[in-house]
Write a protein that binds this ligand. Structure first.
Ligand code: UDP
Length: 329
């Protein structure tokens, strides 16, 4: 393996910090750019003295800084973004500004250096589509602009369009990866609004689990180690350029089933409360009813397949929460 130097934006965040672990483990050199708005120093504290690890606190919107950081690298993993339904619903303007301008800044700058860029996108982009399983060439179905939730998917789709245009019109190698509900150790129980983080915290505290809506909506949860594997494969596979890939585990589960599975794994048997969406997210909210990835393209081009079962992944995540959740109180 040739030692390479990568810039990881959002490298102090949940997926980003696991990606940094894997890149350093593989013998590469890593520079992290993160504004620590959601990411945390604890997520990379164990690399502080690593000679190949560099951390820069700053924003992807700071063009001179991005130019300076991209100049020496071989590739960019762009994961810095405002994520989480809760944040997006509360402040859609900030979400769109960071998620679109940040990606534009990265692509503009990477073009000067002509280095490959892997851009983090999301299964949220499939929106309300009922064409299940979701393949990358399927239509996306997003709701009205009066529903703030969809602004995140629109911003991520614009990122993907920008990436495709930079590839087709400028010849810049770009790849987009659509994560399907990644979870695992370091998932912030307060941030992102992730249902797995919330259910585990609630179960460990002996509180009722809060299922929104009728609990029959589904997700396909992907262990963070699998998400990282797919992300690195997207960078390393030359044939990936210009394409978008689903990075997901094709095991579909309803929120009711997830609540029961987590209660069993934690060893509690408390109540499961069904809460109307309006109470959880306010008015003007819509949810994705089903989410299941078609991974044929990822398997064929990247050799990607999720290998961690939901049970194993939850076990590792619960262990981490038991040890670390006091840090968030
Ligand atoms: N959800 C839930 N209880 C919670 C938080 C979320 O039932 O305490 C539901 C949410 O309405 C959605 C699913 O869990 O249907 C996944 O939500 P999350 O915010 O984790 O991610 P999404 O896939 O919606 O981006």
């Amino acid at each position: 393996m040739r030692k390479q130097h990568f810039l990881v934006t959002g490298g102090a965040g949940f997926i980003g910090s696991h990606l940094v672990d894997a890149l350093l483990e593989a013998g590469h050199s890593v520079t992290v750019l993160d504004d620590l708005s959601v990411g945390k120093e604890q997520n990379f504290a164990h690399h502080r003295t690593h000679p190949d690890f560099h951390f820069v606190k700053g924003s992807v919107l700071d063009k001179p800084l991005v130019e300076r950081l991209i100049a020496p690298v071989d590739g960019v993993y762009h994961l810095a973004a405002v994520v989480g339904v809760k944040y997006v619903v509360e402040d859609p303007l900030h979400g769109m500004q960071v998620n679109v301008r940040g990606t534009e800044t990265i692509l503009e700058t990477a073009l000067e250096r002509r280095c490959k860029v892997v851009i983090a996108s999301s299964s949220e982009t499939y929106g309300k589509s009922t064409q299940v399983p979701f393949a990358e060439e399927n239509n996306t179905v997003l709701g009205a602009t009066s529903i703030p939730r969809w602004s995140y998917a629109v911003a991520k789709l614009l990122d993907e369009h920008l990436a495709c245009a930079y590839y087709r019109q400028k010849g810049l190698p770009t790849v987009c990866v659509r994560y399907f509900n990644a979870y695992g150790p370091r998932l912030d129980p307060r941030g992102y609004g992730s249902v797995i983080a919330r259910f585990i915290s609630q179960a460990l505290d002996g509180n009722p689990l809060t299922v929104y809506g009728d609990g029959q909506q589904t997700r396909s949860f992907t262990f963070v180690g699998d998400a990282v594997y797919g992300t690195i494969a997207a960078m390393e596979t030359p044939e990936s350029a210009g394409l978008t890939f689903n990075i997901g585990n094709p095991r579909e589960i309803t929120m009711d089933q997830l609540a029961r599975t987590i209660q069993e794994a934690v060893g509690t048997a408390g109540a499961i409360l069904h809460i109307p969406y309006t109470e959880a997210y306010g008015a003007n909210f819509e949810d994705s009813r089903r989410r299941l990835p078609d991974i044929q393209r990822s398997k064929a081009v990247l050799g990607f397949e999720a290998t961690t079962s939901l049970e194993d992944g939850l076990h590792q995540t619960i262990l981490w929460f038991k040890e670390h959740r006091h840090e968030f109180i």
